[in-house]
Design a protein around this ligand. Structure first.
Ligand code: NCD
Ligand code: ZN
Length: 349
């Protein structure tokens, strides 16, 4: 088979992104808006977005920064707390203001202190969501200090997710940023109301990227990259055509000084080259015909939305693309994900 040098697909969506607020939002938003039709916007601001009114205000902040001719649509989420009001969740969803609710186990990641400690406390909210068909997005890691960080996703499945799923068989659940073989196996064992997002970086790096030859903070994110066998399982799932797996970049920008520190923040800023990197990954797996499903179709179908009307073209050139440049802000710089492999694909402007 000869390698195609052009690929035109339905415009993609990003089903998990951190857009932040203020200057950081203004800086990173154009990278999402130029390629993606829609994005599920994470609510872990400081303070977190916990009510529909806050989601509405945050959406307005995002929309005010978009050029008039932009078709980019931010889809808002609520940060689930033990105090979340189920009537507010329902009203926000039914008004089309809020698309999903995000569950962060308290302490699991950046700005998750207000998250859930006791899952049973949020059962009334989950019952409402199950009844109205509103997706629950999960950060699937336990926070028990006795559990090794590399095992936290697998232990979460056994101790939290399986019981939760049994209690709410009809709830739509997205297991966010899957990083393990166990996660892939779990999602594949479920009916169609369970899905998972996968990031570009977890398809490209394993934990060596972070730790071999020096400690490399720009490859540190949560859930942390695992060993090679897990990366291979994720690549197989993403390129399989299985509708339960779709793109969530988990692009999570932090300024360099916050990452390059004695206690560096978790998060990889990857939206500048997400689609180019993914095209390269799918080419390596001889699965370019599966790219459109993963980036443009499966997620929309899970959320009950039509695919984007626009198209996007990727082109393959003979020479590798440069790594995206660092982005300058008033308080510091932002480093883009370097996939440490030649990337011949780029999005046609
Ligand atoms: C995210 C962030 O910085 O907000 N960090 C990350 O490593 N992915 C939080 C998250 O999604 O866990
Ligand atoms: Zn995230």
């Amino acid at each position: 088979m000869t390698m195609p040098s052009r690929l035109t697909i339905t415009q993609p969506d990003d089903w998990h992104v951190h857009l932040r607020s203020g200057e950081l939002l203004a800086t990173v938003l154009p990278f999402s808006a130029r390629h993606f039709g829609r994005a599920i916007v994470m609510p872990n601001l400081q303070p977190p977005i916990v009510t529909s009114a806050q989601a509405q205000a945050y959406r307005a902040e995002i929309q005010a920064l978009l050029p008039n001719d932009s078709s980019f649509t931010p889809l808002m989420t609520l940060y689930l707390t033990e105090q979340t009001n189920k009537a507010d969740v329902k009203a926000g969803f039914e008004a089309g203001m809020v698309s999903a609710v995000k569950l962060y186990p308290a302490g699991a990641t950046t700005n998750s202190d207000a998250g859930v400690r006791d899952l049973e406390k949020v059962y009334p909210v989950l019952e409402t969501m199950e009844a109205i068909g509103m997706p629950l997005l999960m950060h699937g890691e336990v926070v028990d200090p006795s559990v090794d960080i590399f095992d936290r996703e697998a232990v979460f499945i056994e101790t939290k997710l399986i019981p939760l799923r049994a209690h709410f068989p009809k709830l739509k659940i997205v297991f966010e940023h899957l990083t393990t073989q166990q996660g892939v196996d779990y999602v594949q064992s479920c009916a169609e109301n369970t899905a998972a997002t996968i990031t570009p970086h977890h398809l490209v790096i394993n934990r060596n990227a972070m730790l071999v030859g020096g400690i490399r903070p720009h490859y540190y994110c949560l859930p942390v990259a695992k060993r090679e066998s897990h990366r291979l399982a994720l690549r197989k799932a993403a390129t399989s055509g299985d509708k339960r797996f779709f793109l969530g970049t988990d692009s999570a920008p932090h300024l360099d000084h916050a990452k390059q520190s004695a206690c560096g923040c978790a998060g990889i800023f990857n939206v500048a080259n997400t689609l180019a990197v993914l095209a390269q990954v799918f080419e390596q797996e001889n699965a370019l015909d599966k790219l459109e499903g993963f980036v443009s179709l499966h997620g929309a179908a899970f959320y009950g939305l039509a695919p984007n009307p626009r198209r996007l073209t990727l082109e393959r050139s003979a020479t590798a693309q440069a790594i995206p440049e660092r982005v300058k802000l008033s308080q510091g710089e932002l480093t883009s994900f370097d996939p440490m492999m030649p990337v011949y694909w780029s999005v046609n402007a």
